[in-house]
Ligand binder design. Structure first.
Ligand code: SER
Length: 316
């Protein structure tokens, strides 16, 4: 991984990943692309091109003229947005993925795309969900993610494309808000704790899901992409997680910094149903064994850092 093209570079993950990769591999070595063109911001600190990922020809041309050796394909709709417009989600999530895989096959690029805890469903074992298990998701996002995992493995087996991926849990970050995910409550809660001292969670008390802080997620991508391929038994995609938590766990953690913080509930049935179809906790032991996955932030350490960084950002 030396010359990297990133799709969805203005999204929740992409916006921070681009900066991290530029820091590690050199500013000019990372081409940021997104369907939106920013007027300012860190994406423009280095090479940037507008790209709609459903345009496979332009994706190929951009990767070729940049001289990329790696494509990191992040552009996708998240779970709740995908449920509102399932056909559009299929076309964008799968169309974009096929174009990125074809670009990787044609230009012999290393390949990363994220899968998700959304790739599991109600018939999956809910606790300590194994790496290899039943995957019958009931959301369009989950259908896309399982199809994507299978397609990435197919491109590796059939064409020798070096495809790698992780199943991300909910990702918590302070730079760019997530858009339309079921786990977004775990980001919103920190903003509202600082801005209003209270939060109404759209996910019900007692609903456990896996989460991870963005610095650990970014490091996981780099570590997996740099891993010795001879050590990888799995490829698409590895379970990774840092914590299994429910809304009142955040309440307790935030109260150690903001004692008056109030958590209430205003449950959204659509996102609640999605959350209930996902695991309570997933088992990351394959990622630990095969490429040394490690999360540095637990809930308390993440909460301290999130609140500090958000206070700076929001000027509070
Ligand atoms: N954070 C994502 C979502 O909620 C899960 O991958 O859609």
């Amino acid at each position: 991984m030396k010359k990297i093209m990133v799709t969805g570079a203005l999204g929740q993950i992409g916006s921070e990943l681009t900066g991290k990769l530029r820091g590690l591999y050199g500013t000019d070595q990372v081409l940021a692309t997104d369907i939106r063109v920013p007027e300012s911001g860190p994406a423009l600190d280095g090479p940037f091109e507008q790209l709609d990922v459903t345009d496979g020809k332009r994706m190929h041309e951009l990767a070729k003229s940049f001289g990329a050796d790696t494509i990191i394909h992040m552009a996708a709709l998240l779970s709740a947005t995908a449920e509102k417009n399932p056909l559009f989600a299929w076309n964008l999530n799968m169309g974009g993925l096929v174009n990125a895989l074809e670009t990787a096959r044609e230009l012999d690029l290393q390949f990363f795309t994220p899968s998700s805890i959304g790739a599991f469903g109600p018939s999956t074992p809910k606790k300590n969900t194994p790496q290899d298990t039943i995957q019958r998701p009931t959301t369009m996002y989950g259908v896309n993610k399982v199809s994507g995992e299978l397609l990435c493995d197919y491109y590796f087996e059939k064409f020798g494309v070096d495809t790698r991926g992780v199943r991300f849990p909910g990702l918590i970050s302070y730079v760019t808000p997530p858009g339309g995910g079921t786990t977004d409550y775990a980001v919103d809660i920190y903003y509202k704790a600082i801005e209003e001292g209270k939060y109404a969670s759209f996910i019900a008390e007692g609903t456990y899901m896996d989460m991870m802080y963005m610095p650990d997620a970014l490091q996981a991508i780099v570590d997996l992409m740099e891993a010795d391929p001879s050590k990888l038994t799995h490829r698409n995609a590895f379970n990774v997680t840092a914590m299994s938590v429910e809304p009142s766990d955040f309440e307790k953690a935030i109260r150690t910094h903001i004692p008056d913080f109030q958590l209430n509930y205003d449950v959204d049935p659509v996102r609640q149903a999605i959350a209930e179809s996902w695991p309570d906790s997933i088992d990351p032991s394959a990622a630990i064994a095969e490429w040394g996955f490690q999360a540095k932030y637990d809930l308390d350490k993440m909460t301290a850092d999130m609140l500090e960084k958000l206070r700076e950002k929001l000027g509070k």
